[in-house]
Design a protein around this ligand. Sequence first.
Ligand SMILES: *Cc1c(COP(=O)(O)O)cnc(C)c1O
Length: 452
Amino acid sequence: MNYISTRGQTPALSFSDAVATGLAPDGGLFLPERLPNLSGLLARWAGCTYPELCAEFFGHFATDIPAAELRDMAERAYRTFDHKDVAPLVQLDERTFVLELFHGPTLAFKDFALQFLGNLYERQCRERGQSINVLGATSGDTGSAAIHGLLGKPGTAIFILYPDGRTSPLQERQMACTGAPNVFALCVNGTFDDAQAALKDVFGDQDFRTRHRLSAVNSINLARVLAQCVYYLWAWLRLPAEVRPRIEFVVPTGNFGNVLAGWMLRRMGVPIPGFRVATNQNDILYRLFQTGEYRIGDVHPSLAPSMDIQIASNFERFLYYSLGSDPARVREVMGALKTDGAYRFDRFDRDCFTASRCDDADIPGIIRDLYQKFNYIADPHTACGFKDVRPDRVSVVLATAHPAKFPETIVSAIGVEPRHPSLEALKARPLVKHRIAAEPAAIKRFIDTNAV
Ligand SMILES: *Cc1c(COP(=O)(O)O)cnc(C)c1O
């Protein structure tokens, strides 16, 4: 299987090369040149364990990696999760299921992709006999999940910039208390955008980039989207057969990476009737699905911070398929978005999507209701999925983070402090962070000194 760019001006690459490259040189995102049809395999896959299912699924995409290695990488990736089902499906009542995606090392769904991606990077180092230095900026969950994907892996080092005082204290501890010698948590003065701008500059220096074999960590890596398809497949296989035709996967959404994975799985022949894009008050995607207009606005910080986005970076993949897999049309729309900050689709096919929007004012009340009705504690991101539940569907709400990551919001809603042993352990460990100016020269000096 080869991988092509949504903008059509990059030669096709193998799976491993597309994963190593990240963003395509023409500015587009990688996609498989065609999607396999999996419908004939579903019955056979019903008995697989989570890692077995992951390896089977990737066997259709990572065709340049031997099956035994895929099995080994999946086995090691999901062994770090603290639940035997990896992604347990919990039933609240006859119309509501929760798919818990927070049992990984950093207690958020991004672990599903980044634990596996860490193993792909490690394999790449071994195969090529070269080290890799991974560099990224984060406002929270992505940075800690990426760090835990590479923790202690030989031949790798990871540098994550984050804005001082703007991630939650627990997220900072997840990055800065690992004790691993290949992890560098870099705390910058300024905002996430300042960090991101400095980083862009560092990546723009081709010499520097090549010298240190720098790789970017961000939400657009193709392997991340594919690894996320697996839990939709897992959940679908576990739902009672009579319920499947009535389900709607409800996905707390920011960059559109999570829900895109589910929708791509549907295009591979898994009969999923529908998806709901659940946004917080940063509702660019809600407005798109309501009106057909994609209009970039300002970001308003919310109680569900990992969904506070302005531009949904994975949207371009959806666009590619929606525009009839025509790269020229993708270039045209992305160009218009860049110059006008908006695009109105004249014939917008909502396909199987619905959308909902949840204000900060709604979140504590939803958390309280769920606790009173089901004795279930949802984190503020997951809570957004319980807004405007459709009575004619069976909702499968994706729980994207563990409530213990957001203790203030939970305590203010229900007066109970959620806890998790791994977060308690972090509170006792020394915090090792490096203060650095949000300037390309300072970042390069730091990498020169500490790169592998
Ligand atoms: C990243 C994240 C999201 C948003 O996921 P996207 O793939 O960006 O749509 C939602 N909830 C939590 C807890 C997250 O960390």
